[in-house]
Each structure stands twice: as structure tokens, then as C-alpha cells.
Design a protein around this ligand. Sequence first.
Ligand SMILES: [Zn+2]
Ligand SMILES: [Zn+2]
Length: 385
Amino acid sequence: MIAAQHMPDGLLARMKTWRHHLHQRPELGNQEYETADFVAQVLSEAGLDVHRGIGGNGVVGVLRRGSGSKAIGFRAELDGLPIAEDVTHGHRSLHRGRMHACGHDGHMAMLLGGAHLLAVQDGFEGTAVFVFQPDEEQGTGARAMIADDLFGRFPVDAIFAIHNLPGLAAGHFAVRQGPIMASEDNFSLRVIGKGTHAAMPQSGIDAITTAAEIVTALQTIVSRSLDPLTPAVVSVTDFVTDGGRNILPEQVTLTGDVRSYRPEVSRIIETSMRRISESICAAHGATCIMEYSREFSATCNTRAEAIFVQKVAESVVGAGLVDGDCSPLMASDDFGLFLERRPGAYCFLGNGDSAPLHNPSYAFNDGILETGALFWANLAKAHLQ
Ligand SMILES: [Zn+2]
Ligand SMILES: [Zn+2]
């Protein structure tokens, strides 16, 4: 494994400037116009071939050396969040109600730094592909880039991503083989009864008591239909009726969210949910319309690539700061969709003791920018040497 490099003079300062520029101008998913312009500009300053408009606002920078056929891909995200920032630092958001509260500004700065770092080095042969995807937060960006033939136009042997993680010590890496982020499914269940006067329930079919039974019974999916060692969450998050003070409703709509790590678990949950709700509705003479959608795939690291990330991270920060078997998170990232098409790995880089992701007081830690850029450049060189 090659040793960590040092940053060329001035590059770290430029990365901070890029990060702060991006932080002040957050744009929501699929509206990342100025962000994409900026990223494209900084990539071309490094001498990369820049390709725009892939899957919407997606940007791809390509760095080629020699005639080697190996290729490696890296992903960062362009989008911010609809959160009103609550911080006092000088580079706070200029866009009211929008904020880089997930640290995607830091991810972009680290990957741009990695591109600049790699562009001035030699000792490798092949292609490095820098992917900046739109709309990670709503989960449409990776899908759109793949549909726009990302991997046909820019074939890579494997693809990698870093996400910063508050609560993990600054500059520490965490990775694991297999699932590291969960899938997210959404559901909506419409229970249709027969509305009636609250004082004459015998004339109707009570959608409320029927739906309430369903809410309780859905809790048995995780506890009774899944292996106790299989993590999953089934949450009913909303219960809306068209009833009133003295009106038993005609309908109840339940909506909710499901997390798990494997497609077969997601299928068991959907099948169980249909069986439970249709059976309970039938028992009470009600009917049920269920919609179930898969919003995010689980992010599952392939074994060899997770080990590769661990080794390269150890070469950058030292073995003591790298956890190669971290706990997975129940949150989701649409990078999982890339990993359904290509081998690869997603890892965490500690952001230190900051406010959590998606919190108005969250702040990306500039102290980890250098580590991220060195990691990217070293990962590329190790694959392409
Ligand atoms: Zn996020
Ligand atoms: Zn994020």
C-alpha cells in the first residue's frame, strides 16, 4: 500500500474556500444549477474532461492517464436541504430556508480536492471518474444518472463514496462489508368502511377501529414474521380520517415508512402487510387499497472493496483510526443503487462532536477536508497503480 501524500501548497486553503462558497449557496434536489456550474468550473481548472447534464444536473469529471484499462469511480452529492440554518459562523447560508445540513458541501470539496491532488501526480495508469450526483436527499439522483447511461458512458470497475458522520471522532474512518445503510420503502393503506352517524354505528362499517387494529397488527411483522437477528423497522407515521365530531368516517388513510437491509426482507414485509391489512378489513367488512413503493435501495458494500477502503484509509490516517467492522445505520443513501450496478463501498469519515446531520445547527468540520482529499487520491492511485 502506498503511503499518504501531503497536500500541495495552497490546495487545502482552496478546498476551504470552495466548501464555504458552496455552503453559502445551497440548492435543493434537482435545482443544483449554480452548484453544478461551480463544480464543473473547479474540475476543469484541474484539467479534467467535464461532462454536464447527466441525469439532470449531474456532473462527471474524467482524468485519464496512459492506455491502462482500469477505471475507478467516486461519488459526491450536489444537493442541500430545506432547513433554516441556525449558526453564527461567517459562511452561513445566503439562501433563506435552505442549508447544506448533510455536509454535501464538504463531500464536494473533498472530492474536488482529490481531483486536484490526483491531477498533479503520476505513477498510475487508467481512468478516475469523479461523479457529482443531483438529488440524493429525495433519492432520485442516482437513478437518473444510471438511466442516463452513467456506467455505459463512464465504465468503472468499482465506485466509492464517503459520508461524514457526526459522533464519530474527527478524521476516523468507519466501513464494513455488506449492508452499511438501510433501504427505505414507503406505504399508504386506505381502509374503506361505510360512514355513518356516531350514535348509530350499526348502520356503517367503522374504518377507525379497523385501521387501529391494522396499526397494532403491523407491529407483529418485525417481531413475528422476521428472524429476530434481522434488523427492520415498520413505522406507521400518519393516520388521517374523513370523520368528524359526530361522524364515523368513510375512510382512514395510514401512511408509513419501512427500513431494512435486504431486498428479501423488504418483500416479506410488503407481503405480510398486505395479508394483515386485507384480512383485518375482510373480518370487519371493510376493504383496503394498499400502495407500497421502494424509495431507496440498501447500501451494501462488496467484500473486496470494503477491505480495499479499510487498507487505503489505514495508509492515510493509521490503523488505529479505522474501524473495518462498524455498525450499519438505519438511515438511507441512494448510493445503494450504484452498488446494485457496480462493486464498491461506502464509508463514514468522522465529523467529530457536531450537531447531527439534518439539524439546523449542524456544521461540517473543515479539519477533515485534507484527510478526505488524501483518501480519494490514494484510493485512485492504489487501484490504478
Ligand atoms: Zn442527508
Ligand atoms: Zn447526505
